[in-house]
Design a protein around this ligand. Structure first.
Ligand code: PLP
Length: 410
């Protein structure tokens, strides 16, 4: 008899964004004339910039001629992209990496979701709470998280991040093997400073743990003091893997390109006590299950690093961060408690008057036709919070803020 992976049956209800889509679709079906503005799902709205588009066109032309045609590429990515990554994203921050420590992929979602696969299922995971749901759900699918009872997995260490601790997780009380950190953070829009990251690197070194560090929003950091990469912290190469993405940095949510850094210094123990290279295991996994990102798309990603590409990419990031300031200031003015939105494209607000996250979601959808994301969908400590994104158009951002101000005068 065919059997399924029963861990999938333990997953709670709908994936957060599917539930939001259901509620919005139901509302739209009942109110066909309503003009609903979404600052909910973290998708971008601005098109790929000209430099990237030109590179994509040129790469398509390469594919049309036998002299420049490309078939299967290297599993880990083309050197023309990897060299730019190392020079611009790492050497510029004083970090040295070798090219086989970079793995170009089709998304940080896949990589943050798949990476757990190379670790034993008896490891304990620790996540900041609230958190990007992919980390926990993929560990649940692998059978690492225990049972889901009253909104929590029994075998997950939740590290609350709320206004009370300035959204900075405390070290876990019991030992964590796999620690997920995300900075700039989705959903709270806050960042971890160098001292904070050092605390985690030291913990991981002391406890033989690994840090899976999601820096998908690193391009949104403007404060010089905040690390762009965890490898700016001494010792991090021994304990950390870093995930980056072109999705939010350069509008690749639909185009798909990202990369993961797995330092060769990072090792983990087998059951008989010998040490194994995580880089080698991940390379084995990638070469078995992945055939590389398309040549055309990698050419597009490499264009992010030309002088013109950098300028155009920075312009779009500035546009989104101006949206973030509009949301932050506009909502602060009506007395809401607002966090994030300075080194991150997310604004995290406290729901007013003790409303639950979903109550605020329904109120804004039904009364002012604005969609955000309920904080409780990101974990138990997200209850009582609500996320708005800066990725809308300027016009929609201004209109949404105006509507929320009218709907929520407190
Ligand atoms: N990591 C975080 C924290 C995210 O918020 C997202 C997307 O919203 C991703 C990863 C996924 O990025 P990608 O589009 O590269 O799969």
């Amino acid at each position: 008899m065919l059997k399924i992976n029963e861990n999938y049956l333990k997953l709670p209800g709908n994936y957060l964004f599917a539930e939001i889509r259901n509620r919005v679709n139901t509302f739209k079906a009942q109110n066909p004339k309503a003009n609903v503005i979404s600052l909910g799902i973290g998708d971008v709205t601005q098109p790929l910039n000209e430099e990237i588009v030109n590179a994509l066109h040129k790469a398509v032309d390469d594919m049309s001629k036998s002299e420049t045609f490309k078939g299967y590429g290297p599993d880990q990515g083309y050197d023309f992209l990897i060299n730019e990554i190392i020079a611009n994203d790492y050497n510029s921050r004083g970090v040295e990496l070798e090219s086989d420590e970079i793995f170009v992929s089709d998304g940080a979602k896949c990589d943050t979701g798949n990476f757990q696969e190379i670790f034993g299922t008896d490891n304990t995971i620790a996540v900041t709470d609230p958190v990007y749901p992919v980390y926990v759900d993929t560990n649940a699918m692998a059978g690492r998280t225990g049972e889901f009872i009253d909104g929590r997995w029994t075998n997950v260490i939740y590290m609350p991040c709320t206004a009370e601790n300035d959204f900075k997780p405390d070290l876990p009380e019991r030992r964590a093997d796999i620690i997920y950190l995300c900075s700039p953070n989705n959903p709270t829009g806050t960042t971890l400073g160098k001292e904070e990251l050092k605390k985690w690197v030291d913990y991981a070194i002391e406890n033989g743990s690994v840090i899976l560090y999601d820096a998908a929003y690193a391009a949104y950091i403007s404060d010089e003091d905040i690390p762009r990469t965890i490898f700016e912290v001494e010792g991090a190469k021994k304990v950390a893997v870093e995930f980056r993405s072109y999705s939010k940095k350069a509008g690749f949510t639909g185009t798909r390109c990202a990369y993961t850094v797995v330092p060769k210094e990072l090792e983990a123990r087998t059951s008989d006590g010998s040490m194994v290279s995580i880089n080698k295991l991940w390379a084995r996994r990638v070469s078995t299950k992945f055939n590389g990102v398309s040549y055309i798309i990698q050419r597009g990603a490499a264009a992010v690093y030309t002088e013109e590409g950098k300028r155009q990419t920075a312009d779009t990031i500035r546009y989104y961060m101006e949206n973030a300031a509009i949301i932050r200031e506009g909502l602060k003015e009506i007395g809401l408690e607002v966090y994030g939105g300075i080194n991150a494209p997310y604004i995290w607000l406290k729901t007013p008057a003790g409303m639950s996250s979903w109550e605020l979601f329904d109120k804004l959808l039904n009364e002012v036709n604005v969609v955000g994301t309920p904080g409780s969908g990101f974990g138990p400590s997200g209850e009582g919070y609500f996320r708005l994104t800066a990725f809308g158009t300027r016009e929609n951002t201004l209109a949404a803020v105006q509507r929320i101000r009218e709907g929520l005068k407190i």
